[in-house]
Design a protein around this ligand. Structure first.
Ligand code: PBG
Length: 327
């Protein structure tokens, strides 16, 4: 057999394989989402997301410590209030759940970086991501509220804000209010390419944020569309987004690749609750190997072009990276 080119030559040993690896990752690029809830002494497991919990503010620091020990330095905070109303006023209250969690987190673990999800769906009685006019979410009125929410997060200590509502013009609006208040150096990580997805199911369970009627298709994107996602990413960058996100991750890696080419800011991929829940459920039945699948999913996102990866498996992934299993 006269074969000049044998790709297997570079796969012969582990040393060789590691040398020619194309995708290198670091735990520095991992973001860990966490849920904080009102009350005290609470660590409630989320039934559809085994291993993930809702922490009261007094319990949260223990988990922050575990994250920091694992080498995960970036936290994405979600709040679950105990009072909801039409306009989601607890989302921007000075003593709201995220605001209090931030102050405590900053006091105890000032070296971690805190990113907050800026949205209204966990805080509104109707569960939609904005202010309603009859049955529709009113874009421009919602922007005023998103500004208030983002500003209140930053005033409470957020290092970065992440608007996830998908209203038009929200990045510009938030950039404006932050700048007016002297926070021109606080970056915006926008959920730029966010699809209306069934993969968020377990999250809505966790955050008690399922819409009371209808769905989110008038603001989140139709999953048939790809050019529209590029348009959204470009718009957000024009409006001042510092980092853009594609969400979900696993079934949307084409968008991660395309967005990476289309814009020159860092790209993040969010492996969402449904992805986590599927891996958990299948591995619990011994149908798949949890660690292998979790690692493959993460590496695939980086390979597609993500620079930052948001995952409920962040601590476990950091460990795999440290041990040299991936990256
Ligand atoms: C808030 C928000 C959602 C997620 C992140 N921010 C839910 C939604 O849009 O319905 C989903 C995250 C996940 O599923 O892990 N709008």
């Amino acid at each position: 057999m006269e074969l000049l080119k044998r790709p297997r030559r570079l796969r012969g040993t582990e040393l060789m394989r590691k040398m020619v690896r194309e995708t290198r990752m670091s735990q520095e690029s991992l973001i860990y989402p966490m849920f904080v809830v009102e009350g005290s002494r609470k660590k409630e497991e989320i039934s559809s997301m085994e291993g993930q919990f809702r922490y009261s503010v007094d319990q949260m620091p223990y988990e922050l410590e575990r994250a920091a020990k694992a080498g995960v330095n970036h936290i994405l905070l979600f709040g679950i209030p105990d009072r909801k109303d039409e306009v989601g006023s607890q989302a921007y209250a000075e003593d709201g759940i995220v605001q209090r969690a931030l102050r405590e987190a900053k006091r105890q673990f000032p070296d971690l970086q805190y990113i907050t999800d800026v949205c209204m769906c966990e805080y509104t009685s109707h569960g939609h991501c904005g202010i309603l006019c009859r049955k529709d979410v009113e874009n421009d009125r919602t922007l005023e509220y998103l500004q208030k929410i983002a500003l209140s997060h930053v005033q409470a200590g957020a290092d970065m804000v992440a608007p996830s509502d998908m209203m038009d013009g929200r990045v510009r609006a938030i950039r404006g209010i932050l700048d007016q208040n002297g926070y021109e150096n606080v970056p915006i990580l926008s959920y730029a390419v966010k699809y209306a997805s069934g993969f968020y199911g377990p999250f809505r369970d966790a955050a008690e944020s399922a819409p009371a009627f209808g769905d989110r298709q008038t603001y989140q994107m139709d999953f048939h569309n790809s050019r529209e996602g590029i348009r959204e990413a470009i718009l957000d960058v024009e409006e001042g987004a510092d980092i853009v996100m594609v969400k979900p991750a696993m079934s949307y890696l084409d968008m991660v690749s395309k967005v990476r080419e289309a814009v020159k800011v860092p790209v993040a991929a969010y492996s969402v609750s449904g992805e986590y829940a599927m891996v958990k459920a299948a591995s619990k039945n011994n149908w798949i190997d949890e660690e292998k699948i979790m690692c493959e999913m993460a590496v695939a996102a980086y390979r597609a072009g993500a620079q930052i990866y948001i995952s409920y498996y962040a601590k476990e992934l950091a460990k795999c990276m440290t041990e040299g299993k991936i990256g």
